[in-house]
Design a protein. Structure first.
Length: 499
């Protein structure tokens, strides 16, 4: 939902000058009346969701009114999705473009711990879904009640800091508190988070997932149908994924391409090492998808060692996969194992290797976050080992001598990050490792979303395509006026993208 340029021009001068002092403070939140919404689910687009919500606020993105937006972060980062922790909150007075929320002081709690499936999991627990496979967490955490936060209270002591955020071409200062306390909400058939059982505070209203509910339902062997817990819509927003590898594997793949006559030894490998490879885009090596499938598949991992990638026989390969409830893991399963898409009478789907399937030469770890995957790849680099794992395209390594020592590789000769926004080849249709997010709103009689929660999820979904962020893009069905891909999956991750 892009603002008209004339509207933006009129607002720029006053918006840019808005100081953090006008932020919606804990005291203003406590004074009420305040509307609360709680989102849960995938972590990769956390910043996009944050920006989509803020584009509905007074005084931001070219909107009329006074900017009173404020953010509350678990960690020490600068804004949600940027080293902010898995639990954040943000608050503002909503603009008229937010529909039924117009004029309301709205607090949005946002939890991304555990990944995509936690958009649905609390409601499945409250609906009585058996947890025989251990995929339903007993609780989630969110930032503590904002009326108690800030200024030496539950967040770090002292006055709020500020982050400069640009929305629809308009730059504004957003008040920021860091190191905010958390509260734990428990979900059972008898308890909706706490005794109050209030949507948006005691339990989430819904949220966003990397892949749609049927994918999660089949992968995790969930019996409850979607209609029993709510509904979801396709966001028509694509998200790129890529294979990140450790430096030793990156260098080995470069040597493979040199031997095949694809890369130049003089340019790409001479003078470089497995500890410090040439990371120039022109020297980015290729990884055949079938080799990733071989280590990701439980039936073939037993025979895997470094020789799979051209390294020494008996050398170690580290697969840093995600936990089963992760949307990134769902995307990996679809792309490399055809699971669950090739199930049914046709068969063909492969089962993913788990940590318990590790061998002496193929070590599998299950990471709860993308940060864990990057840490594992960094450790493999420092140990001189081959490491690989799936990472969403919103991530860009910033290597030092001891950290972030990983890099994306081409997949079947196509780069996921040939452009600065790490999405051009996916938008063009040349790179196929991308899927469309789904927006879930809780419903039914057991744990329905509040009316405010339903309204916010719908409004944020409509504005997701307006944020120009790495690895995320609008498909033609999103109706965005910004950069748009040539193809779409039409809300079905198992369907090939069509133009």
């Amino acid at each position: 939902m892009t603002m008209k340029l004339s509207k933006i021009a009129l607002a720029v001068a006053s918006i840019c000058a808005t100081p953090a002092a006008f932020a919606l403070t804990p005291a203003q939140i406590a004074a009420g009346p305040t509307t609360y919404v709680w989102l849960s689910g995938n972590s990769a687009p956390a910043n996009a969701v944050f920006r989509s919500v803020l584009s509905l606020c007074n005084g931001l993105a070219g909107n009329t009114g006074t900017n009173d937006a404020h953010m509350y972060l678990e960690s020490t980062g600068t804004e949600p999705g940027k080293s902010s922790g898995d639990r954040v909150a943000y608050a503002c007075t909503m603009n008229s473009i937010a529909g039924s929320l117009a004029g309301k002081k709205v607090v949005v709690y946002h939890t991304v711990e555990g990944g995509s499936f936690n958009a649905y999991a609390p409601h499945l627990s409250m609906a009585g879904e058996p947890n025989s496979h251990g995929y339903l967490p007993g609780n989630l955490q969110r930032v503590n009640d904002l009326a108690l936060q800030g200024g030496g209270g539950k967040c770090a002591a002292g006055a709020a800091s500020a982050t400069s955020v640009t929305l629809n071409g308009v730059t504004s200062n957003i008040g920021r508190y860091n190191s905010c306390d958390l509260v734990t909400k428990t979900f059972t058939t008898a308890l909706k988070g706490d005794a109050a059982g209030v949507a948006g505070q005691s339990y989430p209203d819904g949220g966003f997932s990397d892949t749609e509910y049927p994918i999660n339902k089949q992968n995790l062997q969930i019996g409850t149908g979607l209609a029993s817990i709510g509904s979801e819509v396709a966001t028509n927003i694509g998200q790129v994924f890529g294979v990140g590898v450790s430096y030793p594997l990156y260098f080995q793949l470069q040597k493979n391409d040199v031997a095949a006559g694809i890369l130049s030894a003089a340019t790409c490998t001479t003078g470089f090492t497995a500890a410090a490879p040439n990371l120039a885009l022109a020297c980015q090596p290729n990884l055949p998808a079938q080799r990733y499938s071989a280590i990701a598949n439980v039936a073939t991992i037993g025979g895997v060692d470094g020789s799979l990638f051209g390294g020494p026989a008996g050398s170690v390969v580290n697969l840093a996969r995600r936990v089963p409830t992760s949307g990134t893991q769902s995307a990996s399963n679809i792309r490399f194992l055809a699971k669950p898409c090739a199930t049914g009478i046709s068969q063909g789907a492969l089962e993913p290797a788990r940590a318990t399937d590790s061998t002496a030469t193929a070590v599998v770890t299950e990471q709860s976050s993308t940060g864990g995957v990057k840490t594992a790849l960094n450790a493999a680099s420092l140990a001189g080992q081959f490491g690989l794992g799936v990472i969403s395209g919103d991530n860009t390594p910033a290597p030092t001598a001891t950290t972030d020592r990983w890099a994306f590789v081409k997949l079947n000769r196509v780069s996921p990050n040939s452009d600065a926004q790490q999405r051009a080849e996916a938008m063009d249709g040349s790179y196929d490792f991308w899927y469309e997010m789904a927006a879930f709103t809780a419903g039914g009689t057991i744990s329905p979303a509040s009316s405010a929660g339903a309204a916010l999820i719908a409004a944020a979904t409509a504005t997701l395509g307006s944020s120009d962020l790495k690895g995320i893009f609008a498909t033609p069905l999103a109706g965005s006026s910004g950069p748009t891909s040539t193809g779409a999956r039409l809300g079905n991750s198992c369907q090939p993208a069509i133009q």
